[in-house]
Design a binder for this molecule. Structure first.
Ligand code: SF4
Ligand code: SF4
Ligand code: FES
Length: 255
């Protein structure tokens, strides 16, 4: 087994400020960044705050930025870096820092609450729902989400623009709107909820300019932009320019 010493630069501080601190930490074969952060905590920085749970890429807790790229620390192998490379670990930039590598991700919980949930179809009891396999598979991709919020962290709409946070749900929750809008059994429209319109008016779909940065960082390899955001945009536009919808809206406005 080979061992070497890596140069780590880790952000230390809290909501009032902080900075990068240098450490030299031992690395063993097969380790991931989270292992090194844990060794650092055990040997040199007992008060280093870091959030994690599963160490298996499934709980979505250990999100941070490694050399500036949003990543899960438990899924980032040390072998992807050169042995003499400095590895910089910083908290997710889009969310307020609590302490060290731990951020306050409650922005995402607020956005989750703003998306109205699945509306069950009338007259069909749970257990009697039937869907085509292709419809099941379409939304299954989105359900792989582990809520790590790396896509939310990387999206430029909010990353450098705090002022957009109010109006923009972010890729994870626009994907949720898309998933529900594609759901063949969702009866939202019958109940007066137009998910396409609310994607535009309430969740800020128009802010997304399909740069695909969210897709690039998703550890579950969900094609957020291609399979959720672009189709949602297309359907929202179809709806907007549908002459029958336009006429219906006009009549509704008059009455
Ligand atoms: S594709 Fe849209 S949601 Fe994804 S990062 Fe780009 S602007 Fe943000
Ligand atoms: S869509 Fe991907 S990047 Fe975004 S929260 Fe879910 S798993 Fe994380
Ligand atoms: S510790 Fe669970 S995803 Fe990394």
């Amino acid at each position: 087994m080979s061992t070497y010493t890596a140069h780590f630069r880790v952000w230390r501080g809290d909501a009032d400020g902080g900075g990068l601190r240098d450490y030299r930490v031992e690395v063993h074969d097969g380790e991931v960044v989270l292992d090194i952060i844990h060794r650092l905590q055990a040997t040199q920085a007992g008060d280093l705050a870091v959030r994690w749970n599963c160490k298996a890429g499934k709980c979505g807790s250990c999100s941070a930025e490694v050399n500036g790229r949003p990543r899960l620390m438990c899924m980032t192998r040390m072998s992807v870096f050169g042995r003499d490379e400095t590895i910089t670990v910083t908290p997710m930039r889009t969310f307020p820092v609590v302490r060290d590598l731990v951020t306050d991700v409650s922005f995402n919980y607020d956005k989750a609450r703003e998306v109205p949930s699945f509306v069950p179809p009338e007259g069909v009891a749970p257990g009697e729902y039937r869907m085509l396999q292709e419809d099941v598979e379409r939304s299954q991709e989105f359900r792989k989400c582990i809520e790590c919020f790396l896509c939310q962290d990387t999206c430029h709409v909010v990353r450098d623009h705090e002022e957009n946070k109010k109006a923009f749900a972010g890729p994870r929750f626009l994907m949720r709107v898309a998933e529900l809008d594609m759901h063949p059994l969702d009866a939202a429209e019958e109940q007066g909820l137009d998910r396409k319109r609310s994607a535009q008016d309430e969740h800020g779909l128009g802010y997304c300019n399909i740069t695909k940065c969210c897709t690039e960082v998703c550890p579950e390899h969900i094609k957020i932009t291609d399979n959720a955001l672009i189709p949602l945009k297309e359907r929202a536009v179809d709806r907007k320019y549908d002459p029958l919808v336009w006429l219906g809206d006009k009549i509704r406005r008059r009455t």
